[in-house]
Design a protein around this ligand. Structure first.
Ligand code: NDP
Ligand code: PYC
Length: 338
């Protein structure tokens, strides 16, 4: 079993900020990235928690990321906010575009936030949760690098292309799901490789197109979509909606842009926000009750809602005031300060 290290929350955050800052990232980006990776670690989303700091630092050192980028928020149309991330990381761009997205959704019923030219490394649930906290429903999607074969094929075309959705509920925990359209996130395979563990069958094929449970061979071959042709079609939708639709790169184009450097994917992200009150003709309260009845019907039979595991983990981490990470990861993070 891998040895672990327990870090107080403030120490984990300080380590994150120091590592990113040492790599040359501006204070505004350091804060936005630290919030994102700490949220991931607190919710025990290990593939998108502190582990991501390693990839972010590598991306900065490779010289592709604009570490001091100041995102530009553009009031593009009555229902569209555009944020040009100027080749910086996405969390700050999201943070700066969010207020105008919320304002537009409340006025128009529906609004889009198109983030362009961003390096994207994070989970999407922190973003859709923020939108739900403002009483709005949300959808978010983004491509990545072309690592995933289409159903029926053997060569990578799609990214791991996550889709996230949120629905505001009474209390602090909205209904949220957030999943890769591949059988698992790339980060999960990377964590298996780091731990020297095989991956489950059905996640990937090797470079000869044969099923593999070897994480290294999977990363050199192609990942598989979840649900066969269904995940494949959703992955194509994400490519189109968060790529050409908003004037940004597909996962294949992002991979070419990377030129083998192994930096975080660079492309766009599309977020949509919906005002339940305007869209229901002012009957938001009644309709929220009907939504709660739906959730009751799910939970009432012993099924769990997506994000329930995360919310339980969050309560556990907050009560402990600390997070637990593998010792090899802690060592790698400390090495970034040397
Ligand atoms: P998982 O398969 O671990 O989980 C997907 C979703 O399903 C979560 O909302 C999860 O909730 C929920 N879920 C899992 N099991 C159950 C269950 N038994 N009943 C009900 N709901 C369940 O996620 P992925 O590996 O697909 O993705 C992990 C993360 O990687 C995502 O946050 C995603 O945004 C990120 N990612 C980011 C990319 C990028 O380009 N930026 C690319 C690909 C992925 P819970 O968390 O509570 O278990
Ligand atoms: O885990 O697939 C992934 C991923 C890609 C970009 C960020 N996370």
């Amino acid at each position: 079993m891998t040895e672990t290290v327990r870090l107080p929350l403030d120490e984990a955050r300080a380590l994150t900020v120091q590592a990113l800052s040492r790599a040359g990232l501006s204070p505004e980006h350091c804060e936005a990235l630290a919030d994102t990776v700490m949220a991931g670690q607190i919710d025990e989303c290990h593939s998108h928690g502190l582990y991501r700091v390693l990839g972010c630092v590598r991306s900065i050192r490779e010289g592709k990321v604009n570490a001091t980028a100041v995102p530009e928020v553009i009031d593009h149309a009555p229902g569209i906010v555009r944020v040009d991330a100027k080749h910086g990381f996405s969390p700050l761009a999201f943070r700066l575009g969010l207020p105008l997205l919320q304002e537009k959704a409340r006025t128009q019923g529906v609004a889009a936030l198109a983030i362009n030219n961003c390096f994207h490394f994070s989970a999407l649930w922190p973003e859709v949760e923020r939108i739900a906290a403002a009483g709005l429903a949300a959808l978010a999607m983004t491509p990545s690098h072309s690592w995933v074969a289409p159903a029926g094929g053997t060569k990578p075309v799609f990214g791991t292309n996550p889709i996230a959705f949120s629905w505001p509920r009474p209390g602090p925990f909205p209904f949220v799901f957030d999943f890769a359209t591949s059988a698992a996130a790339r980060g999960e395979i990377e964590l298996h490789r780091r731990a020297g563990k095989p991956i489950p069958e059905g996640w990937a094929i090797d470079s000869d197109g044969l099923p593999t449970t070897d994480a290294e061979a999977a990363m050199a071959g192609a990942m598989l979509t979840f649900g066969g042709h269904k995940g494949s079609a959703l992955a194509a939708m994400v490519e189109l909606m968060a790529g050409p639709l908003i004037g940004d790169l597909t996962s294949r184009e992002s991979q070419i842009f990377d030129a083998g450097l192994g930096a975080a994917p660079c492309h766009g992200e599309l977020l949509l926000a919906f005002d339940p009150n305007l869209l229901s003709g002012g009957r938001a309260t009644e309709n929220a009750e009907r939504a709660e009845a739906l959730f009751d019907a799910i939970i009432g039979q012993g099924a769990r809602l997506p994000s329930q595991r995360r919310y339980t983990a969050r309560q556990r981490s907050e009560a402990a005031g600390s997070v637990e990470i593998p010792k090899p990861l802690h060592d790698d993070l400390l090495a970034l300060l040397a």
